[in-house]
Design a protein around this ligand. Structure first.
Ligand code: G3I
Length: 370
């Protein structure tokens, strides 16, 4: 990075010896169960000496995947993006490169260019890859959405698509969002092409095809707004329980975790949800975390600290849940977030700012992990 060394890094380096000692003590088997006292206030977050180790080294000791969604453009064009990605994260999710429209642009043509680049980068840097998103109602090609389908003609499309993509990355993509956002905000099955033409069984079929194509891959149902116990998460729970009861190969639930400081999550309700999914024998991943600061109270510093608290509390819940395997943030720096474009207003929802400087949220995750 070309930026001058920040106070954050000076502080990190000064505390290096102590942190390295703590880290070496933590290499044993008890590390996963350590329960550090998290800083409780914004001031403590600021003053706690931080480990010089990157996030991924600290997460590795907890057997946690700490990941980010990756876009191919900055991966190709921005050196700091590549440096921070490789240094800080041990897991990546393909943000757009494996979506239907990108990877299967014509009925008889697959395009693996973008996805291959991301997967190669991950392999080079020993990062796990989470594939996203096999069956989704958005980012579909026109040939699919505008086609005239019957059950007999659409079924082979669904099966071929899943088989081809999962086989292509067999052994290189460890886990998949097989079905994404299939439940609407009222808790009903979302009206989409697959439901209309094939029927509700498209969900089970998708998981079965993915499993047949790569029996070792971990397969997830992924959704937003179902983090806390409530109407939507109840519907997700019922869906995945039914799939489990039917013997469908599903291994976990992705909780997207798109949050705001204006309406912070209710952590006890997320905890309850994690527990009931664990009781079903399902893994959980925090798959798309970001925390908007728009509409929050106070000045920018106060908002960023409120944001840091949300990140830290979610990490704490995940560390304390034996079935929570990963925390993935939805983009590397604020510059790459989908939020400003989607909501048509500026925001700063991620761990690094637009100049690639670590934010209080990054420090807060470290403070908890170290
Ligand atoms: O890359 C093209 C660019 O070449 C073109 O000039 C530009 C013009 O609009 O579009 C660019 O593609 C955009 C792409 O993001 C890359 O930035 C698409 O229009 C845009 O629709 C796409 O948005 C993505 C969105 O999903 C829809 O697929 C966001 O990046 C991505 O963050 C967002 O992610 C979703 C998850 O997949 C599912 N959960 C919700 C989450 C947020 O919406």
């Amino acid at each position: 990075m070309t930026q001058p060394i920040s106070r954050f890094w000076q502080r990190s380096l000064a505390s290096g010896f102590l942190a390295a000692l703590m880290t070496s003590l933590c290499l044993g088997s008890g590390c996963n169960t350590l329960e550090p006292a998290p800083p409780s206030s914004a001031e403590e977050l600021q003053t706690q000496p931080l480990s010089p180790l990157p996030l991924r080294a600290l997460a590795q000791q907890r057997r946690l995947q700490i990941g980010t969604a990756v876009q191919v453009k900055p991966l190709q064009q921005e050196a700091p993006y590549r440096q921070i990605l490789a240094r800080e994260f041990n897991q990546i999710t393909t943000e757009n490169a494996m979506k239907f429209r990108v990877i299967h642009p014509k009925p008889d043509r697959y395009d693996f260019t973008d996805a291959d680049q991301i997967v190669r980068f991950a392999q080079t840097h020993r990062m796990a890859v989470h594939g996203h998103a096999m069956v989704w109602y958005r980012t579909q090609p026109d040939w699919l959405t505008q086609g005239e389908w019957t059950r007999q003609t659409l079924m082979p499309v669904l099966k071929d698509h899943i088989r081809t993509v999962v086989r292509q990355y067999r052994g290189r993509v460890q886990s998949w969002d097989v079905v994404n956002e299939a439940i609407d905000d009222q808790g009903n099955l979302r009206d989409n092409l697959w439901l209309r033409v094939i029927g509700p069984e498209y969900i089970a079929i998708a998981f079965q095809e993915a499993h047949a194509a790569d029996p070792k891959a971990r397969l997830f149902y992924n959704d937003y707004g179902g983090e806390e116990v409530g109407k939507k998460s109840d519907a997700i729970y019922d869906l995945v329980k039914t799939l489990r009861d039917q013997g469908v190969p599903i291994h976990g639930v992705g909780l997207q975790m798109h949050k705001t400081i204006k309406r912070p999550p209710k952590f006890d309700r997320i905890h309850k949800n994690l527990q009931r999914l664990q009781a079903l024998g399902l893994d959980v991943r925090i798959t798309e975390m970001d925390v908007q600061i728009h509409g929050g109270q106070g000045n920018l510093t106060q908002k960023l600290h409120a944001q840091a608290q949300v990140y830290q509390q979610i990490l704490k819940l995940c560390l304390n849940a034996p079935n929570c395997k990963a925390l993935t943030v939805w983009g590397l720096s604020d510059q790459h977030s989908w939020i400003p474009e989607f909501f048509k207003r500026p925001d700063a929802p991620l761990l690094f700012d637009s100049a690639y400087q670590p934010k209080p949220a990054y420090n807060a995750l470290k403070a908890l992990l170290q």
